[in-house]
Design a protein around this ligand. Structure first.
Ligand code: SF4
Length: 375
């Protein structure tokens, strides 16, 4: 297939559905995790559950970078934004993420200069245009966006821009998957592997999942037929008694990743000993910080941040949702106290958040309807 319409062809999906069902062992239930929030959106936007047999359940994982930012880091960023002459810049997704002390939008309403940007280069442009200000970029994302942040730091250094820094919150996907595999809460049969992050890291880092845990992972694209075909390929492995790493998204993802992007990350950043993930707690070596060589661009070194830990609101069950243990609608405040307009947790804010996906597209999903009729 070459054109995007072909990956959205309902007829092809209808043809694939019985082939998927035929691979399921009678009496066996299968649970696959889609690691990436982009896949969650594809699944609910296109009603893909309707093409899957009852035996197959899809659960979402921690692959939404905004969703996993703990409240304490939001408070730290707001603290930086409140310092004299600071312009804080951020992707739009982050603006409504609640910390213990409100969100960026709340801080902006209180007078902080917080601006939405589309890329770190936009933030650098603001620094160039405002030499009397200290411009900070709120850097978030997996290895997908870390290269553009790192490139921007290199550009700032090359241009001699000294009033620009980043508040680095980049996280890495492999330790999070390992934490889920080691969690006693969840039994999984396989993974729909994250497509975007794999364009940078490739497929090799996943090999331990098949080797050490005996689970298949198939890196998937984001069109509806990509996801259905990935489920098919996972089931083919399971039916053959195999567990391997496979690449359904080979049209975009090179097996060895993007070596140039990895090089630029390694040039500017290094692994933190540990980092707190919302809902998953502290995970060792799971996030990046600015390396010593580029300390002049590190907001964490320039500004004294409180660095406190803030517990999630009692009603919030984002942690369970991020681990795939709960479906969003099973959270007590889903769709009532917590909506995209009044989010309590991060999963309702981000465009990749599982709760936002369910709220916008999945409220009539197969499982929810089934659960409601059983009540
Ligand atoms: S409904 Fe709101 S509080 Fe509950 S898990 Fe989702 S985002 Fe978190």
């Amino acid at each position: 297939m070459r054109f995007v319409d072909e990956y959205r062809d309902a007829e092809k999906a209808r043809t694939l559905a019985p082939r998927i069902a035929a691979l399921c062992e009678p009496g066996r239930a299968y649970k696959f995790m889609e690691v990436c929030g982009g896949h969650t959106h594809t699944i609910y936007k296109h009603g893909l559950e309707d093409y899957l047999p009852e035996a197959v359940t899809l659960v979402h994982g921690p692959g939404c970078p905004v969703c996993v930012i703990p409240m304490g880091r939001v408070d730290d960023a707001i603290h930086i934004a409140g310092q004299p002459d600071v312009i804080m810049t951020s992707f739009g997704d982050m603006m409504r993420v609640p910390g213990g002390n409100g969100s960026f939008l709340d801080a902006k309403a209180r007078g902080a200069d917080i601006r939405m940007v589309y890329s770190p280069l936009d933030a650098l442009k603001i620094a160039r245009q405002n030499p009397g200000k200290r411009v900070v970029f709120m850097a978030i994302g997996f290895e997908t966006t870390a290269p553009s942040t790192a490139m921007t730091v290199l550009r700032a250094e090359a241009e001699g821009i000294t009033n620009f820094s980043i508040f680095c919150n980049h996280v890495t996907i492999i330790p999070a998957i390992k934490a889920i595999l080691d969690s006693p809460d969840l039994r999984l049969d396989g993974f729909i592997g994250p497509g975007h992050v794999s364009t940078v890291i490739g497929c090799r880092p996943y090999e331990f999942i098949a080797r050490d845990y005996g689970k298949p992972l198939v890196v998937a694209g984001f069109e509806p037929l990509d996801v259905l075909h990935t489920v098919y390929r996972i089931l083919v492995q399971l039916a053959g008694g195999r567990a391997e790493i496979d690449n359904q998204y080979a049209r975009v993802v090179p097996w060895d990743g993007n070596l140039k992007a990895l090089r630029v990350i390694n040039e500017v950043m290094e692994l933190r000993p540990y980092f707190e993930w919302r809902g998953l707690g502290f995970i060792s070596q799971s996030a990046l910080r600015v390396s010593e060589r580029y300390a002049a661009f590190d907001a964490e070194r320039i500004f004294r941040i409180p660095g406190g830990r803030v517990a999630d609101p009692k009603a919030c069950q984002c942690g369970e949702v991020l681990k795939g243990v709960l479906k969003p609608w099973e959270c007590k405040v889903f769709g009532t106290a917590c909506t995209p307009e009044t989010p309590i947790g991060t999963c309702m804010v981000s465009s990749e958040g599982a709760c936002a996906a369910y709220y916008n597209f999945g409220r009539f999903s197969r499982e929810r309807v089934k659960e409601a009729t059983q009540r």
